[in-house]
Design a protein around this ligand. Structure first.
Ligand SMILES: O=C(CO)[C@H](O)[C@H](O)COP(=O)(O)O
Ligand SMILES: [Fe+2]
Length: 232
């Protein structure tokens, strides 16, 4: 019998003190984070600008082991695949909306795999979940945005949970990631809908006890996974 998806909690460092990124990242890992979610924004795909592969390469030197989940909010996702792989990225999640047609998406997926990374494919709030279906067999993780991408600290969009439910009903083994406004007050909705890769920025970074928040998020996801297993 295939094993159920695993609960993975990945803080987004977007709102961390980027002048001390390595120590902030290590602190989050010491608090029990399963991976680091690194938000790459190019100022075109989203109206904000963050960092690129040189920063990732420096961070990888300081943080040699952790899984780096690259959230590529960029207009040309193909362009950055090899630089990010060379920099030490492990998962490369690009947006469906950044590419014109299905063949471009499949081509991008293939290049990410050839570069040795896990493939994530993301959809923005206004994109229907059905647009992911033609690609799900080829990807490792589907990202359902629960805010309009571009900034941390926004309000969670509960109406995106129907997309997570639809994916989980169709794909029992798929890693489903949620990202945007996720905190202790919204993790229950995400877990019940079937998400198992949880990105949280301000919900963890601003918490007085990030270790407790990470543990409580993971517990919520594991309890939901167990309930779903019992209901089958
Ligand atoms: O992709 C993102 C924004 O586009 C960030 O990952 C997301 O916003 C995380 O921060 P928060 O949990 O504070 O919303
Ligand atoms: Fe993100």
């Amino acid at each position: 019998m295939s094993s159920p998806p695993k609960a993975q909690i990945g803080p987004s460092i977007l709102n961390a003190d980027l002048s001390s990124l390595a120590s902030e990242s290590q602190k989050l890992l010491n608090c029990g984070a399963d991976y680091l979610h690194l938000d790459v924004m190019d100022g075109h795909f989203v109206p904000n600008l963050t960092f690129g592969h040189p920063m990732v390469a420096s961070l990888r030197k300081a943080v040699p082991v952790a899984l780096f989940d690259m959230h590529m909010m960029v207009s040309e996702p193909k362009k950055w695949i090899q630089p990010m792989a060379d920099a030490g990225a492990n998962q490369y999640t690009f947006h469906l909306e950044a590419l014109a047609g299905d063949s471009d998406v499949k081509d991008c997926i293939r290049h990410v795999k050839e570069a040795g990374m896990r493939v994530g494919l993301g959809i923005k709030p206004n994109t229907a979940v059905e647009r992911l279906y033609p690609f799900v067999e080829d990807i490792d993780c589907a990202l359902v945005m629960t805010v309009e991408p571009g900034f941390g600290g926004q309000k969670f969009m509960s109406d995106m949970m129907s997309k997570v439910e639809a994916l989980r009903q169709r794909y029992r083994q798929l890693d489903i990631e949620v990202d945007g406004g996720v905190g202790l007050n919204t993790i229950g909705q995400c877990a019940d809908a079937g998400a198992n890769w949880i990105v949280s920025g301000t919900g963890i970074i601003n918490a007085p006890n990030p270790q407790l928040v990470i543990r409580q998020m993971r517990d919520a996801v594991n309890e939901a996974i167990q309930r779903a297993q019992l209901e089958r």
